[in-house]
Design a protein around this ligand. Structure first.
Ligand SMILES: *Cc1c(COP(=O)(O)O)cnc(C)c1O
Length: 246
């Protein structure tokens, strides 16, 4: 990109997306990976309709929403668009699951077997299979959801028996650190966990998704094997105050 192009689009959503897509390609290639195996998920909490449309126009095809109520307002406003899918990436409240299952192409944040069982029952009623990721609390933080790594193999065995749930892989949200390098061991551990599950035959080779990496550490996540990076701030700018979950 010439400096002229750069200045013209700097700071715009489209410009940010172009720059991030380029950085994803560069980082994957440098890591010896096929860039097409890394998907950009735009984390769209608090983003306005015009922001969503600008991101779509700039090539984003996956919107990741944290709050059901917010998503329920945005989805009809955006309407059906070619290739567009919505993912649920937020904390799951049990009573809201009935409005999540079947509405989102992928649920990143399934925290335990019980949630999967509930999703399975809801999906069965709809006559569908719901794609999910299992969230892993690699750093064992009290404040975060997800299974501890040591509990994942057993959970996976049970989830694989839920016929209306398709386990696609794993998601993690490492502790925030100013220095993004500090997240590397957590990303690496999640990749190794997935690889050992595949190796032990607990999951099939199709269970390969790794949703990890955000605005400040996605390059490191890609180096460690991320297949989905969830990026908000670097696309849309700093968020205002986040409304309370409704
Ligand atoms: C907000 C959010 C992101 C994106 O975070 P940024 O730092 O803004 O890129 C990713 N994942 C989850 C689960 C989020 O809630």
């Amino acid at each position: 990109m010439s400096p002229l192009d750069d200045s013209r689009i700097a700071g715009t959503i489209a410009g940010n997306i172009q720059r991030i897509q380029e950085e994803i390609r560069r980082t994957a290639t440098r890591a010896g990976r096929d860039p097409s195996t890394v998907q950009l998920v735009a984390a769209t909490k608090t983003v306005s309709l015009s922001g969503l449309l600008e991101a779509y126009a700039a090539g984003v095809r996956v919107f990741g929403e944290n709050r059901l109520q917010e998503a329920q307002e945005k989805m009809p406003a955006v309407g059906p668009r070619q290739g567009l899918t919505w993912h649920f990436i937020g904390r799951i409240q049990r009573r809201k699951l009935k409005d999540i299952v079947g509405k989102f192409g992928l649920i990143h944040s399934v925290e335990n077997v019980e949630q999967s069982r509930h999703i399975n029952a809801l999906a069965e009623k709809l006559g569908i299979c719901q794609d999910i990721l299992l969230e892993v609390n690699v750093a064992r933080e009290d404040t975060k959801g997800g299974l501890f790594s040591q509990d994942v193999p057993k959970a996976v065995e049970e989830i694989e028996r839920h016929p209306h749930v398709t386990l696609r892989g794993f998601m993690t949200l490492p502790p925030f650190a100013e220095n993004a390098e500090e997240a590397r061991p957590y990303f690496s551990e999640l990749r190794q966990l997935r690889d050992s599950l595949v190796q032990d035959g607990l999951v099939s080779g199709g269970v390969e998704a790794l949703s990890m990496g955000m605005s400040h550490d996605y390059q490191i996540a890609i180096e460690e094997g991320a297949t989905m990076v969830r990026i908000g701030t670097a696309i849309f700018g700093k968020r205002g105050p986040i409304p309370k979950a409704g």
